[in-house]
Design a protein. Structure first.
Length: 146
């Protein structure tokens, strides 16, 4: 396949990418306004990264080799407490995603209902115009009958 410039034809216009969903934009703006939600998002973002995995692998390795003579009881306690907190942040992330999906669905429902009303009104108007047109074409004017 030849490049459009090589054939002398202009390249097709690049399609403009639509912006974010209006509900997504409003959702993120509301989250940015709340310090606790921003902090939870930052922790969740870090805890779900490979940096978090590497950091833990390094810390646990050093702990087992150097920190204690019997590392398992204390390490088990720390890891268990960390798991409790991290599971809370996972749930916060899931709740955030569910709230975002609900906001998008609610926005889409309102938009679709509005579109349905507009389409219904247009369909009725087209029907009325078609009926009037047929009556005007099929029935002679009353002045022509006389």
């Amino acid at each position: 396949m030849e490049h459009p410039a090589a054939t002398g034809h202009p390249a097709p216009a690049a399609q403009e990418r639509p912006g974010p969903h209006p509900a997504v934009h409003a959702f993120h703006a509301a989250r940015q306004a709340d310090l606790q939600l921003r902090l939870a998002d930052a922790i969740t973002g870090f805890a779900g990264s490979m940096r978090f995995v590497y950091l833990h692998a390094a810390v646990f390795t050093v702990w087992m080799w150097r920190a204690e003579t019997n590392p398992w009881p204390t390490l088990t306690l720390i890891v268990s407490l960390e798991a409790i907190f991290l599971s809370t942040f996972v749930m916060i992330g899931q709740n955030r995603q569910a709230a975002l999906q609900k906001a998008k669905a609610d926005h889409d429902f309102v938009e679709q209902e509005l579109e349905l009303k507009v389409n219904t009104a247009l369909t009725r108007a087209i029907h009325q115009l078609t009926t009037d047109l047929h009556q005007g074409l099929l029935e002679p004017p009353s002045s022509a009958r006389e």
